[in-house]
Design a protein around this ligand. Structure first.
Ligand code: SF4
Length: 350
């Protein structure tokens, strides 16, 4: 089995050839934290403009803590996994109220913040404060399982422990931040899920997956994700100056964001007259008649859900919209899921 010292040497050599400075490097723990949360489940190219926008709007953690939640959600719009934005805001308020506005500088205190798990706490404490905590994320699982030929399932408790133990053993105690960054970058750009660059890899001679032709089998997962189908029906109800939008509440996707009025069906078919009447009654709408015109259909794939979305134009009296809707000129003040923002823009362009 490859020695820890040799692993670090090769990894650091690769890192020195490929690393590029990031805008949050040397900018303190707040900037590191912001970048970490934004880049979770998000590609660097997609996340970078969001990071820059957040830092520009909220230069300090107190600025973020004091911002209205609508503003935070609006800046997050399009990035998905909206609970991250809510947690970010909540944690900023905790830092303001319980840590005197200073970003906490121990692993345990960082871990106590909302939305921070062991992975993020290890990343932030090592990047910002040089604390020796090994990061184990999807990239690290892949790199370690392939190079060391580990077949333990990464979604099992036993497997997680085994990978964490190995990562702790390999971690460079003097440069934990660089080590974590290097192994994550290596997984993200070199030892990628599909088509890793084995021909040009510093670990080729030791990599168990390469030597035994198991690259596509590792890392191993016990459970396959089952996608849930959901059928959303959105209703465009507008007058010349107003439009109906509603905020999502409850623990579900898009919590806190705004959408057109939404009804969820059980099957891949349009809404019936009876269902429409029930929906209107629930909403407390008296005047909305059943005159729906299907104007668009969209699909969206989330990590655990497959969404089929139908958009209907509903004929309603202007007075009705004035009563329940918001002024169109204020639409930009709210945060929306991507599909809704796109739909509203299409509408504006017409
Ligand atoms: S040889 Fe291939 S699979 Fe092994 S570490 Fe290198 S890129 Fe990854």
């Amino acid at each position: 089995m490859m020695q820890a010292a040799s692993f670090r040497k090769k990894l650091f050599y690769w890192f020195a050839q490929t690393s590029r400075p990031m805008p949050w490097h040397g900018q303190g723990a707040y900037a590191v934290w912001l970048s970490e949360i934004i880049l979770q489940q998000t590609r660097f190219e997609q996340g970078l403009p969001y990071y820059l926008r957040f830092i520009e709007n909220f230069p300090t953690v107190n600025d973020l803590a004091n911002a209205p939640s609508e503003k935070v959600m609006q800046l997050w719009q399009g990035l998905g996994y909206y609970s991250r934005a809510r947690n970010l805001h909540k944690s900023a308020q905790t830092i303001r109220d319980q840590f005197g506005g200073e970003f906490p500088n121990t692993y345990e205190d960082i871990l106590s913040l909302t939305g921070i798990g062991p992975y993020s706490a290890a990343a932030i404490s090592s990047f910002a404060f040089g604390l020796p905590h090994a990061v184990v994320d999807g990239n690290v699982y892949r790199v370690l399982s392939r190079i060391f030929g580990i077949e333990a399932a990464i979604d099992s408790t036993q497997g997680k422990k085994e990978f964490q133990r190995l990562a702790d053993e390999l971690l460079d105690q003097k440069r934990p931040g660089d080590f974590n960054q290097a192994i994550m970058n290596f997984g993200a750009t070199h030892c990628t899920p599909q088509q890793p660059k084995c021909a040009d890899c510093p670990f080729q001679k030791e990599c168990q997956a390469f030597l035994t032709n198991r690259i596509q089998d590792l890392p191993f997962k016990e459970k396959k994700i089952k996608l849930k189908n959901r059928y959303f029906h959105f209703f465009l109800m507008e007058s010349k100056d107003s439009i109906l939008i509603q905020q999502r509440t409850g623990k579900d996707i898009w919590e806190g964001l705004f959408t057109l009025p939404l009804w969820e069906g059980n099957a891949d078919e349009g809404i019936s007259k009876h269902e429409w009447s029930e929906f209107c009654a629930k909403q407390g709408w008296k005047d909305a008649k059943y005159s729906l015109e299907l104007v668009a259909e969209e699909k969206q794939l989330l990590s655990h859900q497959k969404l089929k979305m139908r958009f209907y134009k509903v004929k309603v009296p202007a007075l009705f919209v004035e009563e329940y809707g918001v002024a169109k000129e204020r639409l930009e003040e709210y945060g929306y899921p991507k599909a809704i923002a796109a739909f509203l823009k299409i509408k504006k362009a017409q």
